[in-house]
Design a protein around this ligand. Structure first.
Ligand code: ARG
Ligand code: GLU
Length: 711
């Protein structure tokens, strides 16, 4: 009997997912090398990350500070997601030359399109500098210790960026239990080389976003340019394609269930240590309100976009940004509820308490920390709520607030009596930015958003946190006033005001209904929110630092990893499907025939251009297929989050299998709680990417640049 149990256990665990939680700092990979090898990896930790020799990390670039991208040719060719390059693609699109709609492929280097403000950053080195950052802080009070830490950081940064063109940044990990130095090389000339049309790059749209099965060709092609010396340089016609230290070969090999996969990129933020009380507040109070605010804006934007192609161009990128988090949040709270996440956290916290009581030192340091965190959360959750909705209302809601915010700098400067030169410089900046802003601004859309959002904001916030303008006035009257008279809601009024701005302007603008409202909001933020928020986040960070330290110390057998914080990480797993719910199974890959199945002419999320249908009919796969099927996307058990978009999914040999771009609906909770059985990342297969470039886009010259590894 006992024997049988063992066999059963073996077979059972063999079938279980080997999804591995955690986003590893590349410098600690050696400790995981044998586990990774056991899962099939043929590389060494040094092949992946080596500060002194070429390694895979040299092919990975932080794209625009938000997404990930990877170099795939000796001439700086860079792949990332379509949705990562979306605002650039959007900005190059006009009604006459609509590359969102039709796609774009540069035939020569000369046709590649520059992108102001876009950068790509390589990690030169990552160094654990904890000891040196904390040096001399042992005996100090909290305040003095913080001061000492800042001084140590400044000194270290100067030391590491001396005599080179790199930037040094030092970030806290695990709430300041450790510190890492990140040495970076940032390229400033990144050009658009090619993009599929939206009907490929955004196929499935918001309907399919965060969902499996998926058929999105979510990729775009860029190129990094450098100066004559191959070093980063501002955009110039004379720049030449960057010659990288390493670029990823591309695997055209057949894939199968269970293949080793590794995702290398810049995950933005996870909050694995959130305590039960806070998670409960997020699930039941905060997220529902945030979702509701966005529901209302999205309904307005979506309707407007449906009515006109022009409005679609104006709002495509903004809509995608608002909708993305909105839909993720819905999936996230659904998953967290289903998984009983709050209860699981409570159980963990009870266990933590018990463990702390087994030893006097632990008892002293850790016994009270969870209770203190609970009290702190209770005390400040209303404030946190108000702050988060303030962000929704003034940063994600009506856009004239953005204009008010930038105008404030000029008004303050005038109030302070700054020099004429300084004033003129500010004015130029504001006038310069106006065209870009108003080009994509439809006051009718903004007015409707303002009205629904204001209504909700009034309902959600306590009276003492509401501006008078919202409290004492008929909302529609206020809105009519703002959109008829405010200089913020009309380009001509804006430019005229700024051009003429002088001593009397501060007085004048204080009669502008839009600015008045913004000013009141801003004042409330500074007078009634800011101090409390500082106190809250400061105290929370200090307690979390202790709480997490206790996890490392009291549970050394558990696997610990530092929350994502926008720094380079490795996660590994394998190509596999999942069983997200009882009676439901996700197979691990999708194919071209699924695109045709979803095809729904006239329905924007699932429309196709005729070329796709023709190519499907002719089965023109040009060898990019596997047994007669063209794979589109596949899932894997890699722990990823926002920021991992565009990350290379790398195989056992270090070759590119595809581009990570999403998670399945059931996985969106993984920012708080990772469930190995359910959490899957979604990747667009590199063979589909190449097929779109080569066959659909007829841009075979780009394929020539790449290094292909065939069966
Ligand atoms: N969900 C993916 C991510 O978080 C892709 C979003 C882009 N697509 C969209 N329909 N908004 O970025
Ligand atoms: N699409 C996400 C991004 O922009 C990645 C998906 C995720 O959050 O896992 O980074």
């Amino acid at each position: 009997m006992k024997y049988l149990g063992l066999v059963f256990l073996f077979v059972f665990s063999f079938n279980l997912s080997r999804a591995v939680e955690g986003m590893l700092i590349p410098t600690v990979l050696e400790a995981f090398e044998s586990d990774m090898k056991a899962m099939g990896m043929k590389l060494s930790a040094k092949d992946i990350f080596d500060a002194n020799n070429a390694s895979i990390k040299d092919a990975i670039m932080h794209f625009g500070g938000g997404c990930t991208s990877e170099l795939v040719s000796s001439k700086g060719l860079l792949l990332t997601n379509h949705h990562c390059g979306y605002s650039q693609i959007n900005s190059h699109s006009t009604l006459e030359n609509n590359i969102l709609k039709n796609g774009f492929w540069a035939k020569t280097l000369n046709e590649e399109l520059p992108n102001k403000g876009l950068s790509a950053t390589r990690m030169v080195n990552i160094v654990d500098v904890t000891d040196r950052v904390l040096e001399g802080t042992e005996e100090l009070s909290e305040v003095d210790a913080q001061r000492k830490i800042q001084a140590n950081i400044a000194r270290l940064k100067a030391e590491y960026s001396k005599d080179n063109h790199y930037d040094a940044e030092i970030k806290p990990f695990d709430f300041g239990n450790s510190y890492y130095l990140l040495l970076k090389e940032t390229f400033l000339d990144v050009r658009l080389v090619g993009t599929p049309p939206n009907t490929i790059g955004k196929f499935g749209g918001d309907t399919d976003n965060w969902v499996w099965p998926r058929h999105t060709g979510d990729f775009a092609v860029f190129r990094v340019y450098a100066g004559q010396d191959n070093l980063p340089a501002e955009y110039s016609e004379d720049n030449k394609p960057y010659s990288p230290i390493h670029f990823l070969p591309i695997s055209l090999k057949d894939k199968k269930d269970g293949d080793f996969t590794m995702v290398f990129g810049f995950p933005g933020r996870t909050e694995q240590h959130t305590i039960s009380t806070e998670l409960d507040y997020i699930i039941n109070d905060l997220r529902p309100a945030q979702i509701r605010m966005r529901d209302e804006s999205l309904a307005i934007i979506n309707a407007a976009m449906r009515q006109s192609e022009y409005t679609t161009l104006q709002y495509a990128s903004k809509q995608a940004r608002i909708a993305n988090a909105w839909k993720k949040w819905i999936g996230q709270i659904d998953g967290l509820k289903r998984a009983n996440a709050v209860q699981l956290k409570q159980e963990y916290e009870s266990n933590y308490l018990l463990q702390s009581e087994t030893n006097d030192d632990w008892k002293q340091t850790y016994e009270a920390v969870v209770d203190q965190l609970v009290l702190l959360t209770e005390k400040y959750k209303d404030l946190d709520f108000a702050y988060n909705l303030f962000i929704e209302y003034t940063y994600v809601g009506a856009e004239f607030m953005k204009q008010a915010r930038s105008l404030k700098s000029l008004i303050d400067a005038l109030d302070e009596g700054k020099s004429e030169d300084e004033i003129n410089e500010l004015k130029q900046k504001l006038i310069g930015g106006a065209e870009n802003f108003y080009k994509n601004y439809d006051p009718r859309v903004d007015k409707a958003i303002f009205e629904v959002q204001s209504e909700l904001y009034r309902r959600y916030l306590a009276t003492e946190l509401l501006p008078n303008a919202l409290l004492n006035q008929d909302l529609i009257k206020l809105s009519n006033n703002i959109f008829r008279k405010s200089i913020l809601t009309d380009e001509k009024r804006w430019v005229k005001f700024i051009e003429k701005a002088g001593k009397s302007s501060p007085k004048k603008i204080r009669r502008d209904p839009g600015f008045v409202l913004f000013n009141q909001l801003d004042k409330i933020f500074h007078e009634k929110l800011l101090d409390g928020l500082r106190a809250y986040y400061g105290a929370k960070n200090a307690l979390m630092k202790t709480y997490v330290k206790g996890k490392y110390e009291m549970f050394p057998e558990d696997k610990h990893w530092s929350d994502a914080n926008g720094t380079l990480r490795v996660t590994y797993g394998k190509l596999e499907g999942s069983i997200p719910r009882d009676g439901m199974k996700y197979t691990p890959y999708t194919t071209l025939s699924g695109i045709i199945e979803k095809y729904n002419p006239g329905q924007e999320d699932f429309d196709l251009l005729p070329r796709m249908l023709d190519l499907y009919e002719s089965k023109n796969y040009k060898g990019y297929d596997q047994d007669g099927e063209l794979w589109i996307c596949f899932t894997g058990s890699n722990h990823t989050t926002g920021g991992n978009s565009g990350s290379p999914v790398i195989n056992a040999e270090g070759h590119l299998m595809g581009l990570n771009f999403d998670r399945s609906w059931e996985s969106t909770m993984s920012d708080f709680l990772f469930d190995a059985d359910r959490c899957r990342n979604i990747t667009v297969d590199i063979r589909y990417v190449l097929w779109v470039i080569d066959v659909y886009g007829e841009a075979g010259h780009l394929i020539q640049e790449m290094k292909l590894i065939k069966n």
